[in-house]
Ligand binder design. Structure first.
Ligand SMILES: Cc1cc2nc3c(=O)[nH]c(=O)nc-3n(C[C@H](O)[C@H](O)[C@H](O)COP(=O)(O)O)c2cc1C
Length: 269
């Protein structure tokens, strides 16, 4: 079956599919759009999604599986407030997030952008308190090794270790009841960037289902560095690597105010 099917009785030859294809593999023929390089398709589905008359189908992103856009766009003020209200949550209730809530949280991340529409993010969810403690300890060990090796983060790691080891405060995993690791195929060079997009989606969506999140920067940096004791604790599947880590739980406190940020720095040329 060809990649593209065109219903010629409907096609307006408007050229939107040609103009918007990310891989520029569609050209306008005499009878309508034609694909000149099937293997270049990144399955984004835009050609089908944009067609104003539903004349186009793509075997990778079939028309019948595309949901019509029915809801109106949020008004700017609601969207602005919603995005401003997002916060990193560092104090969690003891309750461990349910599989149902975590599935809802991670499900939305499938719609985050990925380089070349590569998708393929794979998550490992850790909800065992002892394992989470062992993970934080492993990250502290890694920081110690980094300090000894003269890492450029030496000073910062020393401060973190003082808090974690001497003061006994969990600055690494914030006693989160759940850690979500994002994994990508080992050869995927854009995994970390993709994970960052996933976290942005998850962090914004979390409060709508009663969850709170914080990106676990120390843990994910250690994982991305490939620190074996940490990878062994996660039980990394073959041919995969860690590209991100996020803490998840039910927030213990409610934010009453929204902190201000640096002013917008922009230059228009
Ligand atoms: C890449 C990245 C790593 C982060 N790592 C941590 C972390 O390890 N621990 C933590 O408490 N917060 C972490 N954060 C959250 C930031 O500290 C937080 O976004 C910032 O202080 C602003 O607060 P807000 O998210 O509530 O707006 C991280 C954020 C990013 C983007």
């Amino acid at each position: 079956m060809d990649l593209l099917q065109v219903d010629k009785s409907k096609c307006l030859k408007c050229g939107i599919c040609v103009e918007c294809c990310p891989s520029c593999i569609i050209t306008m023929g005499v009878d309508g759009p034609e694909c000149n390089f099937d293997r270049g398709c990144m399955s984004c589905g835009h050609c089908v999604a944009l067609c104003p008359v539903g004349a186009l189908d793509n075997k990778y992103t079939p028309l019948e599986k595309q949901r019509p856009v029915t809801k109106p766009m949020l008004d700017a003020e609601t969207a602005y407030e919603f995005m401003r209200m997002r916060r990193s949550v560092r104090a969690f209730k003891a309750a461990v997030p349910t599989e149902e809530d975590l599935t809802k949280l991670l499900n939305i991340t499938r719609y985050a952008p990925t380089a070349g529409n590569s998708q393929g993010m794979y998550y490992v969810v850790v909800r065992d308190a002892e394992k989470i403690k062992a993970i934080a300890d492993a990250v502290a060990d890694w920081m110690e090794e980094e300090i000894e090796a003269g890492s450029e983060n030496k000073r910062y790691f020393m401060t973190v270790l003082r808090v974690y080891r001497e003061r006994g405060q969990d600055i690494i995993a914030r006693k989160a009841p759940c850690l979500v690791f994002a994994l990508a195929r080992r050869l995927n060079t854009t995994g970390v960037s993709n994970a960052e997009q996933s976290w942005a989606y998850a962090e914004l969506f979390a409060p709508t289902i009663g969850l709170g999140t914080t990106i676990a920067g120390f843990i994910q940096t250690c994982g991305i560095a490939g620190y074996k004791p940490l990878l062994d604790l996660i039980g990394l599947p073959p041919k995969h690597k860690v590209v991100g880590c996020m803490m998840v739980g039910y927030p213990k406190y409610k934010f009453r105010r929204m902190p201000e940020r640096q002013h917008l720095k922009v230059e228009f040329k």
